[in-house]
Each structure stands twice: as structure tokens, then as C-alpha cells.
Write a protein that binds this ligand. Structure first.
Ligand SMILES: C[S@@+](CC[C@H](N)C(=O)[O-])C[C@H]1O[C@@H](n2cnc3c(N)ncnc32)[C@H](O)[C@@H]1O
Length: 161
């Protein structure tokens, strides 16, 4: 099973677009947990010029409860990226099939979601700063998870520039 990136009620469309492009390029499915702060239909993404849309497998979930039941049914571990009290992401052993969950830009995730996660990972930062941008966090953690699980797409053959 591939790794997955899940977005909890995203509220900034540009960040979601950046993360979906990351998913497309890495061959990683994306989960969008609604409600989002903007329309998340294929039509809305196309209207916003999301040109990688056909290259990413997106699952939309109507609620947190539905997503949580769905991922448990698949035996999918939930790894929450959070600034609050967690294992440094480079010390965590990722496994194929893990869903890496990113919190909403404005408020992270509620306590119930924090507690439901199987693991919580943090990107260590200087203590006097609040948080990283969500798309930067997604790229750093997904990169480490792909490295550990041998999940990067195969290198394209060399061709003319
Ligand atoms: C802009 S941050 C949310 C900030 C929010 N005010 C909070 O208190 O969680 C959006 C998401 O990016 C991820 N994130 C940002 N910085 C992170 C860090 N240093 N370690 C792990 N995840 C981080 C988390 O998933 C977070 O919920």
C-alpha cells in the first residue's frame, strides 16, 4: 500500500494546490477531509488552474468521522504532523500505507483528532517561532517517509534537455 497525505479541513486553496501537485509528482494519493474552506470539487480545482489534477488520486471524505472509519477499515496507520509534543519525524519509523495527516492552516486539528492518531510527529523548529507552512511540512515529512519506505518514484531515464 502506498503512503498517503491527508488534509484536515484545509482552508487555503493555494496550499492545497501545492500539496496536490506534490502528491501527483510523488505518486502519492491525497485525502481531503471536509468541510474545507473553499470548494474542493474537480471542477473547482480545474477552474483554479490545477493542471496536475489528472495525475493525482484524490479521495474526498465528508467528515473526520467518515475518514477515520475508512482508514481504520483499510488498516491504515494515522501519523499526525503536529507542532505539539511529538516524536521528531526523522526518528519515527514510517511504514507503507501510513496516512500522514496535516492540520488546517488556521487551527491545526482538534484534541479528538490528536488523540485518535496512532503517532504524532514534529519537525523540530526554533522555539520562538510558531509553525511551518503546511505545504512545506507536507514535503519534508513525506520526503522522509518515502526515503524510509523506498517509495520514491523510479528515476526517469536520462533524455534530451
Ligand atoms: C500552519 S500549521 C497550523 C498552525 C496552527 N495554528 C496550530 O496551532 O496547529 C498547519 C499544519 O502544518 C503542519 N505543521 C506546521 N509546522 C509543523 C511542524 N513544525 N511540525 C509538524 N507539523 C507542522 C501541521 O500539520 C499543522 O497543523
Amino acid at each position: 500500500m502506498p503512503l498517503r497525505l491527508a488534509l484536515y479541513q484545509p482552508d487555503i486553496p493555494q496550499n492545497t494546490g501545492t500539496i496536490l501537485r506534490l502528491c501527483a509528482c510523488m505518486g502519492v494519493p491525497a485525502d481531503i477531509i471536509e468541510p474545507a474552506g473553499f470548494p474542493v470539487s474537480d471542477r473547482a480545482f480545474r477552474r483554479a488552474g490545477m493542471d496536475y489534477l489528472d495525475q493525482v488520486a484524490i479521495e474526498r471524505h465528508v467528515s473526520w468521522t467518515q475518514f477515520d472509519a475508512w482508514r481504520r477499515g483499510r488498516g491504515c496507520r494515522l501519523v499526525l504532523a503536529t507542532t505539539k509534543g511529538a516524536t521528531p519525524y526523522t526518528d519515527f519509523a514510517f511504514a507503507p500505507g501510513d496516512a500522514i495527516l496535516l492540520g488546517r492552516e488556521s487551527a491545526g486539528v482538534p484534541d479528538a483528532v490528536h488523540e485518535a492518531a496512532d503517532a504524532r510527529v514534529v519537525i523540530p523548529m526554533r522555539p520562538d517561532l510558531r509553525s511551518l507552512n503546511i505545504a512545506v511540512s507536507a514535503a519534508m515529512i513525506l520526503g522522509e517517509a518515502l526515503r524510509q519506505t523506498g517509495g520514491f518514484p523510479p528515476k526517469a531515464p536520462e533524455g534530451p534537455n
